[in-house]
Design a protein around this ligand. Structure first.
Ligand code: AMP
Ligand code: GLY
Length: 423
């Protein structure tokens, strides 16, 4: 098969790394890719949202399967455009990608499909949102409806914070059109997990559970990021929790999407709260998580490409996935200043030596290659993954790799997985 992966982060490097081993593969392209994917595939310079250019490339290169990593091209309709050109795509249509593109849509699907989720209301007038907050009280969660680069959610512990969030989103329009509507919901308590399922429109196969670390600072402090590290699997993702997530969240959502005539294909990512009364849906994403993908894929023993092909063809019921024993952890190395302003261009030394440590896989995210060196070229720069017999071993290998790297301008959280070790 001739395969094209869309994206340039650690997630796409991990997808390329896993697919490169498939006996089904004949040629792999990544657009635009990064220096990590360049070692496994041919990088092609196409912007991830330049859908006409991606379709033309797919036709010219006789691509059999396109695998979009990030949500933006999916929400923009890449799967629809590829389908119209006769090219298979392992990702949802724009209509099905609304599960990530609109929080209100997700809540409507949840209610219709009886998926447990936080009580909610939505508003297009700030005045009514303020009144609702006064009536319901704090803590309360305020969300911009549309895509806001992961920054559209405020978990308000006081009424003042909640009112300020409504003002910022609806009146000051800090997220632009994404905040024209807000969803306001009950604050859930418990432990968060991300559960992944590969879907073919009808069937869903469990594809791992991970815990992300969203805040930039140790002890879960400071602003939110795209994710500072992840573990597979957290101890609170028990077999019962996984079973409940599939039975009460993933499969009902899939049935409801199919009933509406917009079946969901690709990776469905459920952000869940595990509380005293079971699993509740926080949000859906219509793609694999990053850095969860870098954490889950090294644990997969089965052929990823065969599974993605089955999801695309509607033959997932024939697929059974095998997983390696043990645990995995990923620690993200970021440029100092991230998620605020950061500098680019500093050189990273020691990558080869760090990558030779047993169980370690170093995935590139925001890097670029220059002469013989690798330079930092983004906020999240490297996803340092390790597998091990236990979570403790995986973490100690990942941190040993990080300690082998020599990169003055980088930092990471030193407490990835710590709460799971003590759970
Ligand atoms: P999201 O951007 O939807 O992933 O939300 C960001 C984070 O906000 C989630 O990972 C949760 O930690 C938190 N969050 C969102 N909704 C709720 C809720 N209803 N109750 C508690 N925390 C929430
Ligand atoms: N790490 C969270 C995400 O990919 O959305």
């Amino acid at each position: 098969m001739r395969v094209l992966i869309i994206g340039s982060g650690g997630r796409e490097h991990a997808l390329a790394w896993s697919i490169a081993r498939s006996p089904l593969l004949t040629k792999l392209f990544v657009a635009p890719g990064n220096p990590g994917t360049a070692a496994l595939a041919e990088n092609v310079y196409l912007r991830t949202t330049d859908i006409p250019a991606i379709v033309s490339f797919g036709l010219a290169q006789k691509i059999d399967l396109v695998i979009p990593g990030p949500e933006a091209p999916l929400v923009a309709g890449i799967a629809d455009a590829l389908a119209a050109a006769g090219i298979a795509c392992c990702g949802p249509s724009a209509a099905a990608a609304a599960l990530e593109g609109s929080k209100k849509f997700t809540k409507e699907i949840a209610d219709r499909a009886h998926i447990p989720t936080a009580a909610w209301a939505s508003f297009t007038h700030a005045e009514e949102a303020h009144e609702y907050i006064e009536a319901v009280g704090a803590p309360i969660v305020i969300k911009a409806d549309g895509l806001a680069a992961g920054k559209g959610v405020v978990v308000a512990t006081t009424l003042d914070e909640a009112h300020d969030a409504v003002t910022a989103i609806m009146e000051d329009k800090i997220h632009g059109a994404a905040g024209a509507l807000v969803v306001i919901e009950e604050c859930l308590v418990g432990e968060e997990i991300s559960v992944f399922a590969l879907c073919d429109g009808e069937e869903a196969v469990y594809f791992g559970a991970a815990a992300d670390h969203k805040r930039v600072g140790e002890g879960d402090t400071g602003p939110n990021t795209g994710g500072m590290g992840a573990i597979f699997s957290p101890p609170w993702a028990t077999p019962e929790v996984v079973e409940q997530s599939m039975a009460r969240v993933i499969r009902p959502a899939l049935r409801e999407m199919a009933r509406r005539g917009t079946p969901f294909r690709g990776f469905l990512f459920a952000g869940l709260m595990v509380g005293e009364d079971g699993v509740k849906l926080i949000e859906f994403n219509v793609r694999f998580g990053d850095p969860e993908c870098e954490t889950v894929l090294p644990m997969l023993a089965s052929d990823l490409l065969a599974a993605l092909q089955a999801a695309t063809n509607g033959t997932l019921r024939d697929i059974k996935l095998d997983w390696r024993p043990g645990s995995a952890a990923t620690v993200v190395m970021c440029a100092k200043g991230y998620p605020g302003a950061y500098a680019t261009g500093s050189e990273i030394y020691g990558l080869e030596e760090a990558g030779r440590i047993e169980g370690v896989n170093i995935f590139h995210a925001g890097t670029c290659a220059e002469q013989n060196g690798i330079l930092a070229n983004g906020g999240r720069v490297l996803a340092v993954n390790a597998v091990g017999a236990t979570l403790r071993e995986a973490l100690s290998r990942a941190y040993a790799a990080i300690d082998t790297l020599d990169w003055e301008d980088g930092f990471c959280r030193r407490d990835i997985g710590k709460s799971a070790l003590h759970a």
